[in-house]
Design a binder for this molecule. Structure first.
Ligand SMILES: Cc1cc2nc3c(=O)[nH]c(=O)nc-3n(C[C@H](O)[C@H](O)[C@H](O)COP(=O)(O)OP(=O)(O)OC[C@H]3O[C@@H](n4cnc5c(N)ncnc54)[C@H](O)[C@@H]3O)c2cc1C
Length: 418
């Protein structure tokens, strides 16, 4: 029997993981991307695989804190006020989702998804013999103030209740785990289930694996149109002006997914959440574990090619320009936690920006939409795209095979806002 053809739109980590599991299920898979693949959000991120991130971005704390941050030009979280109907509608939904009740409903689901993806990622790396600097020493959230330590302890207690290995650390204990660094902190929380990898090396090696398995990957090919028929089937897509036909289509175009779906009259609340990163190739003092600088919301990751710092969440459409003030804000905060570092140490950095695809409730969209029989959506992973990539790919392949997905996807339904 002829293999079913699947086209995956988007060669970010979500599209590639979907391709991997679809190929395993016996589909004939082609991945199409409108870039050379090296600039997308999946390349320059902090590389955390973090089961500890059980609290979605839309949570009660972020609303109060976010309002204070809005007035600062170097703050780590910012929503650009604009008269844009998509943005206004997204902001209202974000506010509505940021309640204790909604967060409480999301936490067990996120825990299941994150823990399952953590296990599957390690399995995939072993099975496919990919060395991407996988490090399972965990993430320490460093806190400078008692208020931050109390907030983080509340999250730590939730992860412990869910069965995760988590420890509250004194400043001395945090220093002992990272002896190269001078640390100016009050204490921290060590999330021991967390891990990290070097994302661009993972993607490059993963692409080789996919190609060897027979997946076709086409770069610099723009999907400009998706056409459907009265029968709620996607007929074809237009790629670089040419018609391409498949049995099934997976839309994993990151922050650009919303605009592609508008062609089908589908309104998907989604905003790009811009973040920055940069690398010190020869750090003067390195970390053993990953770190989060709590008050500054900066992620620090020891990677194969140096020490990466990443931060900010700027909701401002699809704008990828580098904002110097916010990048300087990240650098300033690093020097406060790590006094060995000065501004001078960062003078040669080459900042990178990426757009996290953000849904208003902080949960991804995984599934079919509006009854389209042969269209699957996989996006909205926000700060968890690496952490959730492998389970997302597996779920997409299960849905494409008409199997019951191994995790209940009700809260992730694509049409949950319609
Ligand atoms: C600073 C920063 C740090 C982060 N740190 C972490 C972390 O530590 N852990 C974690 O889990 N997540 C992290 N993230 C989030 C993570 O990087 C994203 O969630 C993830 O990369 C999203 O992957 P994606 O495949 O959905 O999108 P993308 O990587 O953006 O890929 C989508 C692809 O679709 C292509 N595309 C778009 N439109 C079209 C079209 N019309 N035709 C063809 N192709 C198209 C795009 O060019 C792109 O290549 C971070 C993000 C940032 C910005």
């Amino acid at each position: 029997m002829k293999e079913k053809e699947v086209v995956v739109i988007g060669a970010g980590i979500i599209g590639l993981c979907s391709a991997y599991f679809l190929n395993k299920k016996g589909f004939n898979v082609t991945v199409i991307d409108n870039t050379d693949g090296s600039g997308n959000c999946s390349y320059g991120n902090a590389g955390f695989i973090s089961p500890s991130h059980i609290i979605p971005l839309a949570s009660p704390g972020i609303i109060n804190q976010g309002i204070r941050w809005m007035t600062r030009s170097d703050s780590p979280f910012f929503i650009k006020p604009k008269l844009n109907s998509d943005l206004i509608s997204w902001g209202l939904k974000f506010r509505k989702a940021a309640t204790k009740k909604r967060v409480a409903a999301a936490v067990p689901l996120l825990n299941d998804l994150l823990m399952s993806s953590r296990t599957l990622t390690e399995q995939l790396l072993k099975e496919e013999d990919i060395d991407a600097g996988f490090n399972d020493k965990g993430i320490i959230v460093f806190c400078k103030t008692q208020q931050a330590l109390d907030e983080e302890t509340t999250i730590a207690e939730r992860t412990i209740k869910l069965g995760q290995k988590t420890e509250i650390l004194s400043a001395e204990q945090a220093r002992a785990l990272n002896p190269e660094l001078d640390l100016d902190v009050l204490g921290g929380v060590w999330y021991r289930e967390d891990a990290n990898l070097t994302p661009h090396i993972f993607i490059e090696k993963f692409i080789d694996v996919l190609k060897q398995k027979g997946v076709t990957i086409k770069y610099n090919q723009e999907v400009s149109k998706i056409t459907s028929n009265d029968d709620k089937n996607i007929d074809s897509i237009i790629v670089n002006g040419e018609k391409v036909v498949a049995d099934e289509y997976v839309l994993a175009a990151g922050s650009w997914t919303r605009d592609l779906l508008k062609q089908l009259d589908i309104q998907l609340p989604l905003q790009g959440g811009k973040g920055y990163s940069f690398v010190l190739p020869n750090p003067k003092a390195n970390l053993n574990t990953c770190a989060i600088l709590h008050e500054a919301r900066v992620a620090v990751t020891p990677m194969l090619h140096g020490l990466r710092f990443a931060g900010t969440m700027e909701i401002n459409g699809l704008d990828l320009t580098l904002n110097k003030k916010r990048i300087d804000g990240i650098i300033r905060s690093i020097t406060k936690y790590f006094p060995q570092y000065t501004k001078e140490d960062f003078k040669d950095i080459e900042p990178w920006a990426g757009l996290r695809p953000c849904s208003p409730d902080g949960l991804p969209y995984i599934g079919r939409t509006k009854g389209y029989k042969n269209l699957l959506i996989a996006t909205g992973h926000a700060m968890l795209g690496v952490s959730l990539s492998v389970i997302t790919g597996k779920l997409i392949a299960q849905l494409a095979s008409n199997e019951v997905p191994e995790i209940d996807l009700t809260l992730l339904e694509v049409d949950r806002y319609n």
